[in-house]
Design a protein around this ligand. Structure first.
Ligand SMILES: NC(=O)c1ccc[n+]([C@@H]2O[C@H](COP(=O)([O-])OP(=O)(O)OC[C@H]3O[C@@H](n4cnc5c(N)ncnc54)[C@H](OP(=O)(O)O)[C@@H]3O)[C@@H](O)[C@H]2O)c1
Length: 301
């Protein structure tokens, strides 16, 4: 697709314009990335034990949890509302991170709300081999994608990959299956999971170990989990959060106010029933990116 400068208000042109991420910013993130340790033996990580080498030889994919949040821990103004939080420098960082992972994982509500392209637009990562595989977690087949969905348009243009949709054992819509497969995507049925109920509705929730095993079977060796709130809260739960290798969070200098989609994992209590912190990060570093701060670290075991 050819886009003139004035076309940058067009969502597809925005999804194809090229982005630069400077080498000095790459250095700030190196210790938290899946690939750098094996490629660059001279690199001195700022931390005593490099996070990125921890999973060498492990069969599950390397997991980076990454999202942009407000000062009140909100990802968006309200469920289903696309909200721009990152400034241009931290937005470029997201595209750099995409170039460093085999897959990007989001929940179906984000796919519906944002109609995201889920591709990498880095200027030095052209070509399909640099494009991560979008993975949509959609146990109940609620994402109603169409030919005009941005991720499919980009796959048609050779500027991104079509998604893998992880579903429960539910009857598929044959038209959607054909559309997805014609673009190189597919449904993956993951029937293992936990049934939970809330206000009369039953939900089928996957264990993250099963999701990650499923990605490993597809040959995907690293995944960045981008959101939204319910997906992130589920990976931050005990039993799941130990699967996270690296956390890279952009904090924007704004409060979105009450009613937003919030990252706040389930409360934990001690043996006396008193509340204790749900999850804490360790091996932390903070980096200014324009007006935002990028917080990097790992989950404390
Ligand atoms: N600021 C950022 O970086 C950022 C990034 C991404 C998204 N967002 C925003 O976040 C909002 C969407 O967030 P959201 O919390 O409403 O939705 P979401 O996390 O995108 O999707 C939630 C759904 O994913 C499924 N899901 C989550 N964890 C699961 C698990 N362990 N197993 C099986 N299914 C699982 C559930 O499907 P069922 O409903 O079928 O149970 C759940 O309802 C949007 O407004 C979007 O703009 C912001």
């Amino acid at each position: 697709m050819n886009c003139a400068a004035q076309d940058l208000t067009n969502p597809l042109c925005m999804a194809t314009s090229r982005i630069h991420f400077p080498d000095e910013d790459v250095l700030k993130l190196k210790a938290y990335l899946p690939s750098f340790r094996s490629q660059d033996s001279d690199f001195e990580a700022p931390l005593s034990t490099p996070i990125a080498s921890r999973r060498d030889g492990a069969s599950r994919p390397f997991v980076t949890l990454t999202f942009a949040t407000s000062l009140d821990s909100a990802l968006s103004l309200a469920p289903g509302v696309k909200t721009i939080l990152s400034g241009s420098q931290s937005k470029s960082m997201t595209h750099f991170l995409r170039s460093q992972h085999d897959a990007i994982c989001i929940g179906h509500a984000t796919a519906t709300a944002d109609d995201p392209g889920l591709n990498c637009r880095l200027d030095n990562a052209m070509g399909l081999e640099h494009q991560p595989r979008p993975v949509i977690i959609d146990p109940g087949l609620k994402w109603n994608f169409e030919e005009s969905s941005k991720v499919l348009q980009l796959a048609r243009e050779g500027l991104g990959r079509a998604p893998f949709i992880i579903t429960n054992d539910v009857p598929l819509n044959e038209n959607q299956k054909r559309l997805l497969e014609a673009h190189g995507g597919k449904y993956i049925c993951l029937s293992r999971g936990i049934l939970t109920s809330n206000e009369g509705e039953t939900y089928h929730h996957f264990k993250w170990a099963d999701i990650l095993d499923c990605l490993a079977e597809e040959g995907l060796r690293s995944v960045m989990i981008e959101g939204g709130g319910r997906l992130i809260n589920s990976i931050l739960e005990p039993g799941n959060n130990e699967l996270v290798d690296s956390v890279i969070v952009t904090i924007a200098p704004t409060w979105l106010g009450q009613g937003g989609v919030v990252v706040s994992p389930p409360r934990r209590t001690n043996s006396h029933g008193q509340p204790i912190p749900a999850v804490r990060m360790t091996r932390v570093s903070w980096h200014p990116f324009g007006e935002d701060i990028v917080l990097c670290g790992a989950i404390q075991r």
